[in-house]
Design a protein around this ligand. Structure first.
Ligand SMILES: [Zn+2]
Length: 290
């Protein structure tokens, strides 16, 4: 499945916050300090009480904070199609018994080279008749609306786990696709080749937000991990989950298949933060752990 729009373990760079007006400064660090396109990054606002109100934005897009390690943190997704360059960020903290504190700065986003994939598919999976085209567009819009929905509670904890037990890593994130000779939308997840019937497990705890059978993704499960973070599991052979139920990390969601637009049995694993399409491999390497 494809769509449009930053997490690797890296250095902790303490950015010096410039104060606005007479307000006190607050310490903010970004991880990694120089994210790439497709990374999930996070910022840590240090020395802030759990009960404090923390708000902020990146390029005017609001951030969703949660208490973390003696302060607050927020995830930020760097969409695979965003422009590399400088992002402006801002954080404000209101805490009882203290003056309001602020910080602002610039984060530079590095470019990343994506591979080019040339695929040959049956024409019926590429040149859609008008009715199928309408269906695929409506399904894409339903997914886009879901990804923009921010559940206020944080449902994930600790490390994200690989969704299939295969030894190989998932491949193909951001690949520029040329299908039957024509350029198409970039590949917004990673693919794990695995035999049909291989169990697919939840990368972390969350709520089942969608179980459906869509034209391109086939039989699919979308997990809502809260605070705008979603993981996607496409081309499933089978799933017995119901929407709305809570799942634990490692719980079976279904099995690998070839449903939807797939050339062979594989799991397409995707991830979004604030509707930004991120490389799920960077989510698996997220350095924010608790
Ligand atoms: Zn895929």
């Amino acid at each position: 499945m494809t769509g449009t729009r930053i997490g690797v373990v890296s250095l902790c760079l303490l950015l010096v916050a410039s104060s606005a007006g007479a307000a006190e400064k607050v310490s903010v660090s970004w991880h990694p300090s120089k994210p790439r396109l497709g990374d999930v990054a996070w910022l840590h606002v240090q020395d802030v009480a759990e009960t404090a109100t923390v708000e902020g934005s990146v390029n005017e897009r609001p951030l969703t904070f949660f208490p973390y390690a003696g302060g607050h943190a927020a995830l930020v997704g760097m969409d695979l199609d965003m422009k590399p360059g400088a992002l402006q960020w801002r954080v404000g903290v209101v805490e009882s018994g203290r003056e309001p504190r602020t910080a602002r700065g610039t984060l530079s986003i590095r470019r990343r080279e994506f591979s080019v994939q040339r695929l040959t598919l049956p024409p019926t999976m590429v040149e859609l008749d008008p009715e199928t085209e309408r269906r695929a567009v409506a399904e894409g819009q339903q997914l886009a609306t879901l990804y923009r929905t921010i559940t206020p509670e944080r449902l994930w904890r600790g490390k994200f786990t690989k969704p299939v037990g295969t030894p190989a890593d998932g491949t193909g994130f951001g690949a520029r696709r040329i299908i039957n000779g024509l350029p198409r939308a970039p590949h917004s997840g990673i693919d794990y080749s695995a035999p049909r019937g291989t169990p697919v497990v939840a990368a972390n705890s969350g709520r089942v937000a969608l179980v459906a059978e869509f034209f391109f993704p086939g039989r699919l499960v979308v997990l809502d991990h809260g605070l705008g973070l979603y993981t996607l599991y496409f081309h499933l052979d089978a799933t017995s989950l119901a929407e709305g139920v809570l799942v634990e990390r490692g719980q079976t969601l279904g099995t690998v298949g070839t449903t939807g637009r797939a050339t062979g049995p594989h799991l397409h694993f995707g991830a979004l933060v604030g509707a930004a399409r991120i490389d799920p491999a960077t989510l698996l390497g997220l350095s924010l752990l608790d």
